[in-house]
Design a protein around this ligand. Sequence first.
Ligand code: AMP
Length: 116
Amino acid sequence: MSQETIFSKIIRREIPATIVYEDDEVLGFKDIAPKAPVHVLFIPKNQIIPTLDDLRAEQAPLIGRLALAAAAYAREQGLAEDGYRIVMNCREHAGQTVFHIHMHLLAGAALGDFGV
Ligand code: AMP
């Protein structure tokens, strides 16, 4: 059973967020507690999938859309050449706190010392 999270309120613009990317399927906004100089979250706008473990095969293209959105944003921001990290946390042992599937884009420095 998919439950709304704070990310649904961001999608509906009910709470503020610094939105930096949007297309028909994906919203990208700055993480409120950045773990790297650039830390943006990419989330699906039209479906609530709590974790990667809940993803069904027919929903798999959505993960590609999140990745393409993150890559496009990184290119546009001039981050692609130096590189970046994509992270998806799944449930407690990974430290997942918001149960609306999302990709973290971390960039802007050598990332060895940064973790989400
Ligand atoms: P995770 O730990 O993978 O579930 O990531 C959730 C992320 O959402 C964390 O990095 C939080 O800092 C971030 N976050 C939580 N609430 C907000 C918010 N209102 N606006 C932006 N980012 C948020």
